[in-house]
Structure formats: C-alpha cells, structure tokens
Design a protein around this ligand. Structure first.
Ligand SMILES: NC(=O)c1ccc[n+]([C@@H]2O[C@H](COP(=O)([O-])OP(=O)(O)OC[C@H]3O[C@@H](n4cnc5c(N)ncnc54)[C@H](OP(=O)(O)O)[C@@H]3O)[C@@H](O)[C@H]2O)c1
Length: 276
C-alpha cells in the first residue's frame, strides 16, 4: 500500500504541524509515527519505555528532518495527561493518535482485578483525557484530527478478552460520538478497528501456529496505520483489511448476536485455550 504522504500537502496542512502518537514505541504506533513523519509532521511520541522511543525519534529526525519530542510516561497513571500536556507546551498538536492499549488474554475470574482496571485506565480513561486536552485547541483552530485505535473485539462480546473488548467498544462509540460533535468545528475523528496484526505485542500474546480469529493472516502494522490515515476525514470508522471487513460485516449484520459471540468464543478457545 502506498504511503499516506501521497495525500500530499493537504494532509500536513489539515493535521499538522505536529502529531501526538500515544503508544509509539513499537507495533502499529511506531508505524503511525513513521507514516506521519514521512508526511512531514513533527511528532510527540509517548510510551513507557524511553530507549525505543528515543531510537525512533532519532531515526525519524535523521530521515525526514522533523522535530521529535519523546515522553516516557505510563498512561495508566493519574497525572499522565498533565505530563503529556506539559511536554507539548508551545506546540500546535493538529493530530492525536491514541494507539496505546493494555491487553491480556485469560479467563475473567482468573485475571487479577488490577489487570482489568489497568485496561480500563489505559484504553478508556486515557483516550478521554487526551481527547479532552487536545480537541479543544483543535476546535478553536477549526481543524485537526483524532484517531482512536479500536478492534474487531469492539463489535461483540469476546471471551478471554472481555474487559479489553469492552474498552475497545468504548473507543469505537467515543470516536463515533466525537466524529459527529467535532465535525462542526472542523475536527475529524476516526475509530480504527484492526484485526490480528503482526506486532510484538500480538506475537507475545499469541501461541505459535494458532489460527487467526477470522481466517486471514495477521496484517502488517504499516498497512493498518496507512488505512487509518487514509480514512481519516472520510468516515467515522474504518475496519482494516479486506478479510476483516467481510468477517465483521457477517458477524455484525448477517447473524444473531448470540451466534457472533459463540463464533468468537470458538475462535478464541481454539487459539488460546490449548498448550502453545
Ligand atoms: N496487534 C493486534 O493484533 C491488534 C488487533 C486489534 C487492535 N489492536 C489495537 O492496536 C493498538 C496497537 O496494538 P499493538 O499490537 O501495536 O501494540 P501494543 O502491545 O498494544 O502496544 C502499543 C504501544 O502502547 C504502548 N503502551 C502500552 N501500555 C502503555 C501505557 N500504560 N502507557 C504508555 N504507553 C503504553 C507500548 O509501549 P511501552 O510498552 O513502551 O509502553 C506500545 O508502544 C492497540 O490499541 C490495540 O488494542 C491491535
């Protein structure tokens, strides 16, 4: 898939001069950063681990001559939004990509309560905090964009990732509401529902040689980021990957909810409820 910079100077003038990527140190977030740097946007990169963020920042400064600030902070912490806002002082953030997520696979009752609550803090509270902090100035300027990363698990209950899936449904619904509310202020909002994507996080949590949920091979993270950035400003929701679009259409529109949930249940159990 060609780079998003093919959308040309219009992309940078609508969503620049600076983009903030929350969860940028690896995987899909790193791909977002690379695409946005190639489109000429300056960057603020956020994640917990400083070394991979700094390495990415150096790579993108050298390759594209852009300015990059890195912010090592935990988005689950109460003061994360203030830390990030402080690091962005003096910058015009025209695009917010909230990509970070806490995910774990396991039965609800076997998973410590803290793990569930951490997913809610990082995946649901975090996007509200950062959208609230950055959408206001975007609306005042009359332009900007917000991308919230969601998942195919947003469309129906998914066993073994029940809380994670619920947070992804939260992101989908939050993005759709903001898409409508902020449109009148010239701010574009997008929910990006990805399916299995070959990121370090996915590889760490998925047993080898296990079937993907919907059949198609895991997507390349660069393709997911490019599909999202191409869809921004054109629609409220993008499901990335043609196989994922077909599967999600069937599960959302053509079958009962009970059938959709039991299909996900069978797929999850085939993938995770067995020795790796
Ligand atoms: N990969 C898939 O198959 C898939 C499928 C559907 C949807 N998604 C969604 O796509 C997004 C990216 O997924 P991914 O697989 O690329 O990566 P990931 O393992 O979910 O991690 C993404 C990034 O978030 C950062 N991060 C995680 N927790 C953080 C925290 N508490 N504070 C700050 N940063 C944090 C990580 O860096 P640090 O560890 O350095 O903090 C990393 O840079 C997520 O929202 C996920 O839900 C992924």
């Amino acid at each position: 898939m060609p780079p998003v910079s093919l959308r040309g100077a219009a992309f940078a003038s609508r969503y620049g001069p600076c983009a903030l990527v929350a969860g940028a140190s690896e995987g899909i977030g790193r791909s977002f950063a690379r695409e946005l740097a190639a489109a000429g946007l300056h960057l603020v990169l956020v994640a917990r681990r400083a070394p991979p963020l700094d390495a990415l920042g150096n790579e993108l400064r050298d390759a594209h001559g852009i300015d990059v600030r890195t912010v090592a902070c935990d988005l689950a912490e109460a003061g994360a939004a203030e830390t990030i806002a402080g690091a962005c002082r003096g910058l015009e953030i025209g695009l917010l990509v909230y990509n970070a997520a806490a995910s774990s696979v396991g039965r609800f009752l076997d998973t410590p309560l803290d793990t569930h609550l951490r997913a809610i803090h990082v995946n649901a509270r975090g996007p509200v905090l950062l959208a609230h902090a950055f959408a206001g100035p975007m609306a005042e300027r009359g332009r900007g964009g917000i991308v919230l990363m969601s998942s195919l698990t947003a469309f129906q209950g998914t066993p073994l990732v029940s809380t994670y899936g619920a947070t992804k449904a939260f992101n989908l619904i939050l993005a759709e509401g903001l898409w409508s509310e902020l449109a009148e202020h010239g701010v574009d909002v997008l929910a990006c529902c990805a399916g299995a994507t070959s990121t370090p996080g996915y590889e760490r949590s998925t047993p080898r040689r296990s079937p993907t949920l919907f059949g198609p091979d895991p997507q390349d993270p660069g393709d997911v980021a490019r599909e999202a950035l191409r869809a921004l400003g054109r629609r409220p929701l993008v499901v990335t990957g043609s196989g994922n679009r077909i599967a999600s259409f069937v599960l959302r529109r053509l079958v009962t909810r009970r059938f959709a949930i039991s299909t996900m249940s069978r797929a999850m159990k085939a993938r995770y409820d067995r020795p790796s």
